[in-house]
Design a protein around this ligand. Structure first.
Ligand SMILES: C[S@@+](CC[C@H](N)C(=O)[O-])C[C@H]1O[C@@H](n2cnc3c(N)ncnc32)[C@H](O)[C@@H]1O
Length: 237
């Protein structure tokens, strides 16, 4: 995929433009399955007393809120994102869930996280890493801020599905998804970019090697829904 398609300013603008329709489109386009993918990803986070989790590219905070649902009441989450529009909606959702004391939101880029080394028990990113131009830098930042032995969890779509499922998946994401996305969001480019970025994302074996290159150990992955999405788990050194 052309590097310029992932220009950070373009990505920021795109997400801010579609933010108001993001949750609705997510549910609709994934037929509601995205919720179970996030649940599975959050289950991979280590549990500990007074745990602190970092949700990178938190967007409208679905992962941050799922962490609060799954983890004990003393757990806290920091969510970061570089789209003001997505963070605004995330803030509204956190307030309406009454979780302002447990979820703190900050404006930040994944490639330059504003945190000291080793402060979190784990970091997680859902459907965010494929938008990051410098992928290795983003992953290594997620590892840097996590304590030694802590986890980095990445949930992402993949271009490689089971042989039976691949034609259906490709047809759906390259024809159906941009069509519906365009009608509901009223924006053409965003839902053209989505299939392009999904189809160009490296297959699980290659992406696992990139996580190792970024300094993570014991990288494992789990394919979900015939390989439509993958959850990767790496350990901070
Ligand atoms: C597809 S949304 C995912 C949001 C959320 N994690 C979820 O599960 O629905 C991708 C998010 O990544 C954010 N993002 C993309 N590149 C980023 C970067 N370099 N730094 C911080 N946030 C980024 C976008 O602003 C957007 O909110």
């Amino acid at each position: 995929m052309d590097r310029s398609a992932k220009d950070p300013v373009k990505i920021q603008t795109m997400f801010t433009t579609i933010a108001h329709r993001y949750d609705l489109l997510n549910r609709l386009l994934s037929l509601g399955i995205d919720k179970s993918w996030r649940k599975f990803a959050v289950k991979q986070l280590p549990r500990a007393e007074h745990a602190r989790y970092l949700d990178v590219a938190t967007g409208t905070c679905d992962v941050a809120l799922e962490i609060i649902r799954q983890c004990p009441p003393d757990a806290k989450v920091t969510g970061v994102d570089f789209s003001e529009g997505m963070l605004k909606l995330g803030t509204e959702k956190v307030i309406s869930a009454g979780q302002q004391d447990r979820i703190e939101l900050r404006f930040a880029d994944v490639t330059a996280l504003p945190f000291d080394d080793h402060v979190f028990n784990a970091s997680i990113i859902a459907f965010g890493i494929r938008n990051v131009q410098d992928t290795i830098k983003g992953i290594s930042e997620m590892g840097r801020v996590v304590r030694s032995g802590g986890k980095v969890v990445i949930l992402e779509f993949t271009s490689s599905q089971s042989r039976f499922f691949q034609p259906v998946f490709h047809f759906y994401i390259s024809k159906v998804l941009p069509f519906i996305g365009e009608i509901i969001s009223g924006k053409k480019g965003a839902y053209k970019y989505l299939p392009d970025s999904m189809l160009n994302f490296p297959p699980p074996e290659k992406f696992s090697r990139m996580m190792q290159e970024a300094g993570l150990k014991d990288v494992r992955y789990h394919k979900l829904t015939f390989g439509a999405a993958v959850v990767y788990v790496g350990t901070a050194p």
